[in-house]
Design a binder for this molecule. Structure first.
Ligand code: ADP
Length: 264
């Protein structure tokens, strides 16, 4: 008996009404997962049906940040994803025992992503966000093959060195003919708690530099969708599983993230 015939990825079918955004970054630690989770929660709070695929196999921090501690269940031969804060979520971390590190190679990652997209019962989603691993790895190519209509959202910090790697990650879209929806600059300064001044911890200009570079390489205008300041409440929201867009929507980071979500 052979394996189950591979199901189609519903989001890739012509006429699919689900908008798919693949969230990419050049390197880790720039806030890609935090941005993904907050955009998802903000859109769900606006009444959209939202799902998140945590494809960041090395980080897989999305379930914790979303407060999703449920396990996926199996109904017939579909996987039912747990949901939290109004967002359905599936993660590699839900299928590895304990906190075992994932040492999978390209073909297995492709297979896992294929299953997350095709074998998970998502229902009719308005938006699906994919949290990609940092860098220009195999999984970005897999996304392009499995969901060619996915649009890329690039997250960077204002730092020039980070901007260069982020631009490289984004320019993979040129090879795969995907649209880049825009750039989000995260950790854009720390509002001083004692005065009105902004401390530019990671410098300035990275987001705009990435957007300009990607505009040049793609020939299509790539906008900066927004800048998110460094904000303790954002980090706390992630640690507590209650995204800042819900726990403190009018905080500087919460407001910035809600504005970005409104542009997607
Ligand atoms: P990535 O997915 O790019 O590896 P994460 O989203 O995991 O990055 O963020 C890395 C760490 O930085 C996390 O602890 C997160 O809470 C924190 N963080 C991200 N963005 C901000 C921000 N704007 N203000 C404060 N902390 C942040």
């Amino acid at each position: 008996r052979g394996t189950t015939a591979e199901r189609e990825v519903p989001f890739a079918k012509p006429g699919s009404l689900t908008r798919v955004y693949a969230v990419a970054s050049g390197k880790g630690g720039v806030g890609k997962s935090s941005v993904t989770v907050n955009l998802a929660a903000a859109m769900a709070a606006d009444g959209l049906k939202v799902g998140v695929v945590d494809a960041d196999i090395y980080g897989h921090s999305v379930p914790r940040m979303l407060g999703a501690d449920g396990r996926p269940t199996q109904v017939e031969n579909m996987i039912m994803p747990p949901s939290a804060n109004g967002v359905k979520v599936i993660s590699i971390g839900m299928f590895t025992p304990g906190n075992a590190p994932v040492v999978w190679r390209g073909p297995m990652l492709h297979r896992a992503l294929q299953q997350f997209l095709a074998d998970v019962y998502w229902g009719d989603l308005d938006v699906l966000l994919l949290d990609l691993p940092p860098g220009t790895g195999d999984i970005a190519i897999s996304v392009a093959q499995l969901v060619p209509n996915a649009e890329i959202l690039v997250v960077t910090t204002p730092q020039q060195a980070a901007a260069e790697v982020a631009e490289r990650a984004g320019s993979i879209a040129v090879q795969t003919h995907q649209k880049i929806v825009g750039v989000v600059e995260n950790m854009s300064g720390l509002p001083c708690p004692h005065c009105d001044e902004m401390v530019d911890v990671f410098g300035t200009g990275g987001g705009q530099a990435v957007a300009d570079g990607l505009t040049r390489t793609t020939g299509a205008t790539v906008p900066v969708l927004g800048q998110i300041p460094i904000d303790v409440r954002l980090r706390e929201g992630g640690d507590e599983g209650r995204p800042v867009v819900l726990s403190d929507p009018d905080s500087p980071a919460g407001a910035a993230l809600r504005t970005i979500a409104g542009k997607l």
